[in-house]
Design a protein around this ligand. Sequence first.
Ligand SMILES: *[C@@H]1O[C@H](CO)[C@@H](O)[C@H](O)[C@H]1NC(C)=O
Ligand SMILES: *[C@@H]1O[C@H](CO)[C@@H](O)[C@H](O)[C@H]1NC(C)=O
Ligand SMILES: *[C@@H]1O[C@H](CO)[C@@H](O)[C@H](O)[C@H]1NC(C)=O
Ligand SMILES: *[C@@H]1O[C@H](CO)[C@@H](O)[C@H](O)[C@H]1NC(C)=O
Ligand SMILES: *[C@@H]1O[C@H](CO)[C@@H](O)[C@H](O)[C@H]1NC(C)=O
Ligand SMILES: *[C@@H]1O[C@H](CO)[C@@H](O)[C@H](O)[C@H]1NC(C)=O
Length: 238
Amino acid sequence: MKFLPISSLFIFVLVAFNFVSAQQPAVPAPQNVSSACQQEVIKLASSSDLNSCASFIKLYALQNKTMQSAASLTPIYDSYCAAPKCNDNITSADAVELQTQCQSELAMKDPTTSYLHTILVLNSPVKDSLCFKNSSGGYCDMDDNSAAVLNYLLGLNYTQPTDLSCSDCNKAIFNTFANYFKSNPQSVTTLSIDPTSFENFVISKCGSSFLDGTVPNTTSAPKKIKALFDLIYEYPKV
Ligand SMILES: *[C@@H]1O[C@H](CO)[C@@H](O)[C@H](O)[C@H]1NC(C)=O
Ligand SMILES: *[C@@H]1O[C@H](CO)[C@@H](O)[C@H](O)[C@H]1NC(C)=O
Ligand SMILES: *[C@@H]1O[C@H](CO)[C@@H](O)[C@H](O)[C@H]1NC(C)=O
Ligand SMILES: *[C@@H]1O[C@H](CO)[C@@H](O)[C@H](O)[C@H]1NC(C)=O
Ligand SMILES: *[C@@H]1O[C@H](CO)[C@@H](O)[C@H](O)[C@H]1NC(C)=O
Ligand SMILES: *[C@@H]1O[C@H](CO)[C@@H](O)[C@H](O)[C@H]1NC(C)=O
């Protein structure tokens, strides 16, 4: 089972978007929402603040379905990750505005609106997590296992991943979100996240030290767990 990277699900949820003006804005407006909500999305997509930082607008380039190879996706992550992190105060204010203008869409869990709302509220951990790279220099989010974790954490997929790798990429992602939830409890309330059940699941798979709050250097060489295991258990047989 291939997991779509977060960016591909973004493509998925934005399929209902259509171009509304000949000027081709960076992110076209959604069609199946109230006009107040549509105007709000147009406003956010044309905001100079959000256009000059690592926001959903830079990820929208991934909508191009003819560009699904790692070689063509990587430059889009590169551009998003090279951009400065958006100011949390601005994204929080934008999230509140979206909540007001898209109240019924959010209540009905309209996928596009919910996704925009989530990544505005979780601006900081989303930027960090999408930009973690592994020891071979690939983006963690382009790896199936980490993509499944992020999709779940962001509510893009409500099904808890069953196959969880205890990798540095996943440790970095989980602790980044867990730390953010701890220091910003209002984000948990705003999004009605219940982190407890997934935390328990993670701990049952990877042990409690996995959620110790530290974010490992994901680009370091992976620990040689297999080699160590072999040394301890097979050495006497040699
Ligand atoms: C548009 O929204 C309505 C009401 O929320 C929903 O029933 C319908 O499936 C949506 N259509 C599309 C194409 O998303
Ligand atoms: C999609 O990507 C292909 C290949 O990189 C490119 O030729 C094409 O112009 C892109 N289309 C759009 C709409 O950006
Ligand atoms: C965000 O707002 C708070 C409270 O008004 C302020 O202390 C902080 O400096 C602001 N942060 C940025 C990055 O502007
Ligand atoms: C690093 O991530 C890439 C995807 O970006 C993946 O193809 C590769 O297997 C990963 N490498 C390691 C050592 O996990
Ligand atoms: C959602 O997550 C579940 C569990 O990880 C997975 O089996 C399923 O394929 C995912 N759905 C999509 C659309 O990626
Ligand atoms: C992470 O590890 C890599 C490779 O060992 C090293 O080059 C880099 O400086 C480390 N980064 C940090 C922030 O420690």
